[in-house]
Design a protein around this ligand. Structure first.
Ligand code: IPM
Ligand code: MG
Length: 355
């Protein structure tokens, strides 16, 4: 089992180290190789996704990814910014299916900004299309400056675009995921305004006919954003495009109390996957040893389940995470009165001990 380990920037290195510690505590053998990505790679090699890093990722069975980005790179020409590393990995490896579960752990019900009764037991799965839409439209905009901005320009644009096969394959992923859950899919679009999303809705409806056992409904993205904070438990599997999925998955994550708890998986057609926490590089708290490593540790569990065919080991990690929460251990983001505040490393070690 070959794992490419790409810690990236900010808290990325701290949280990935804890996930690696947890993986090494299993009675399994992994071949792990680490490489630079994002701002760290730009500093060392002048590019956020150097060829060697991309090659390592291509050859691995799975990629464990931390986070990329820092405000200090905001002035760089767009192709050199850290975010291009993750976008480049997604595109180059064809990682079109992004799974973003939003689960509210019993112990963290009070950490949510919503009333406990609205989020207790919440378990929804956002499936975000990850390699199309306005993120990868053609042309991708017009550059008139080298500093990443457009002084004096009168116009800028990005094109929104989806092809039938792109929509079909993500729809299949959603319907198949729903079959393993409560057999309901909500497809989120903006068909009342955008042609791209009328097309999306039509194609998802067509694919849905092959899954008569799964109930499909459609919702406009603005309404979905509202319903997510009004009655989130009404959702089960949500499937949507790249842009809407980016926004809605952050919103859903926050319902659970902390974005520091949520893992994600990005898969391609051959189940090769990139696993990363749903949160970013948080440069404001980097190097302080206070970041929550649980999202990354849970991402490692998803990696074992989806790409490495080790469901038992995945289950053990998830149980160990629940155990440390039950013990009352909390990093700063989920700390509340009556619990024990621990550092990033202490949290990782507690999970290892619980294993
Ligand atoms: C995410 C992030 C990325 C995205 C950024 C870092 C490019 O926000 O994974 O949700 O927009 O997809
Ligand atoms: Mg995002």
């Amino acid at each position: 089992m070959k794992i490419a380990v790409l810690p990236g920037d900010g808290i990325g290195t701290e949280i990935v180290a804890e996930a690696v510690k947890v993986l090494n505590a299993l009675e399994l053998r992994f071949e792990m190789e680490t490489a630079l990505v994002g701002g760290a790679a730009y500093e060392a090699h002048g590019h956020p996704l150097p060829e060697a890093t991309l090659q390592l990722a291509r050859q691995a069975d799975a990629i464990l990814f931390g986070a990329v980005g820092d405000w200090k790179y905001d002035q760089l020409d767009r192709p050199l910014r850290p975010e291009q590393a993750i976008l480049g990995l997604r595109k180059n490896l064809g990682l079109f299916a992004n799974f973003r579960p939003a689960i509210c752990y019993e112990e963290l019900v009070n950490a949510s900004s919503l009333k406990p009764e609205l989020v207790a037991g919440l378990d929804i799965l956002i499936i975000r299309e990850l390699t199309g839409d306005i993120y990868f439209g053609q042309p991708r905009g017009r550059r008139v400056a080298t500093d990443g901005h457009f002084p004096g320009a009168e116009e800028a644009f990005d094109t929104m675009r989806y092809t039938r096969p792109e929509i079909e394959r993500i729809a299949h992923v959603a319907f198949q995921a729903a079959r393993k859950r409560s057999k309901r899919v909500t497809s989120v679009d903006k068909a009342n305004v955008l042609e791209t999303f009328q097309f999306w809705k039509d194609v998802v409806t067509e694919v849905g006919k092959q899954y008569p056992d799964v109930a499909l409904d459609h919702m406009y993205v603005d309404n979905a954003a509202m319903q997510l904070v009004r009655a989130p438990k009404k959702f089960d599997v949500v499937v949507t495009g790249n842009m809407f999925g980016d926004i809605l998955s952050d919103e859903a994550a926050m319902l659970t109390g902390s974005i520091g708890m949520l893992p994600s998986a990005s898969l391609n057609a051959s189940n090769q996957g990139l696993y990363e926490p749903s949160h970013g590089s948080a440069p404001d708290i980097a190097g302080k040893g206070i970041a929550n490593p649980l999202a990354t540790i849970l991402s490692a569990a998803m990696m074992l389940r989806f790409s490495l065919n080790q469901p038992a080991a995945a289950g053990r990690i998830e149980a160990a995470v629940k155990a440390v929460l039950a013990q009352g251990l909390r990093t700063a983001d989920i700390f509340s009165d009556g619990t024990t505040r621990v550092s990033t490393r202490e949290m990782g070690s507690a999970v290892v001990k619980a294993l």
